[in-house]
Design a binder for this molecule. Structure first.
Ligand code: ZN
Ligand code: FE
Ligand code: FE
Ligand code: ZN
Length: 266
């Protein structure tokens, strides 16, 4: 059985297709389980790429609609919640607003106003050395793991998206983040969407994942689908990628508890 826990809805303003359409596509592709994880609402409209502050009930309704319209599929409820220092209590509040199966904690913002994956802010990369930006990015990832708010760390090396990559051994950035993830027993995702971005490789890369395995950090495989045809995208590739590195299990989530599932049977 195969499952994909990272997918979006039109409520975030940059995804197409209703959750029911995502669910139908998942059945067509032979998935047995999916989960929605749209970009979380903030107390006020924080940017242009997440659900509106008052849209959360609609999100729940859309996910329920997918459950009802496609009963042969298990549809889980998640959220991709931004880790932004100062908003921890807001995320904690959100986590109590529904019966979530999991929360993905993602770092997009390394300062309150710079989301490093935002193509309209590419100029910001010129403001400081890439080295510094990466340090900030992975410091935020470590903090997100330490916050205790999340079950899964989303796209752990998203800062490579536009190919701004420092010279030398990248483990100097990864290691502190990996330690925090391992210490706090959080899971990470292999997010295949990076293969379709300028970086042209999954998040995280091979070195990060090898080092994650050495620290017994569990994984999920996810597509970060923003359109129905992207559900389960590159999963054959990702399964092989994880297997070749030495992973033998992926995690399933239910009511914020994880359980291992054999990759051989994924
Ligand atoms: Zn998105
Ligand atoms: Fe994200
Ligand atoms: Fe996402
Ligand atoms: Zn995402």
């Amino acid at each position: 059985m195969r499952f994909d826990y990272h997918m979006h809805t039109p409520l975030c303003g940059h995804a197409a297709g209703s959750p029911t359409e995502f669910a139908r596509e998942a059945v067509k592709k032979g998935l047995s389980e999916i989960g929605f994880s749209d970009h979380n609402p903030m107390p006020t409209q924080y940017d242009e790429w997440r659900m509106a502050p008052d849209a959360f009930p609609e999100y729940l309704a859309l996910v329920n609609e997918a459950r009802e319209c496609v009963p042969q599929l298990v549809v889980k409820l998640g959220l991709e919640a931004d880790y932004i220092a100062g908003f921890e209590e807001h995320v904690r509040f959100l986590s109590g607003q529904a019966d979530f199966d999991y929360l993905i904690g993602s770092v997009h913002y390394i300062t309150p106003d710079w989301d490093v994956d935002n193509p309209s802010k590419l100029e910001r990369w010129k403001d400081q050395p890439v080295e510094e930006t990466w340090k900030q990015y992975f410091r935020c990832v470590a903090e997100s793991a330490q916050s205790g708010l999340f079950d899964i760390i989303g796209h752990p090396d998203l800062c490579k998206k536009f190919t701004h990559i420092p010279e030398g051994d990248l483990l100097r950035f990864y290691a502190p983040a990996l330690e925090a993830i391992a210490d706090n027993r959080v899971c990470i995702e292999i997010n295949t969407s990076g293969r379709h971005k300028p970086a042209k490789e999954a998040y995280p890369n091979k070195l990060f994942l090898e080092e994650a395995l050495r620290r017994d950090i569990p994984i999920v495989i996810s597509s970060d689908a923003h359109a129905p045809q992207e559900v389960g995208r590159d999963f054959d590739w990702a399964k092989q990628f994880a297997w070749d590195i030495g992973y033998r299990e992926v995690q399933r989530f239910s009511r914020r508890k994880r359980s291992p599932h054999s990759i051989a049977d994924f």
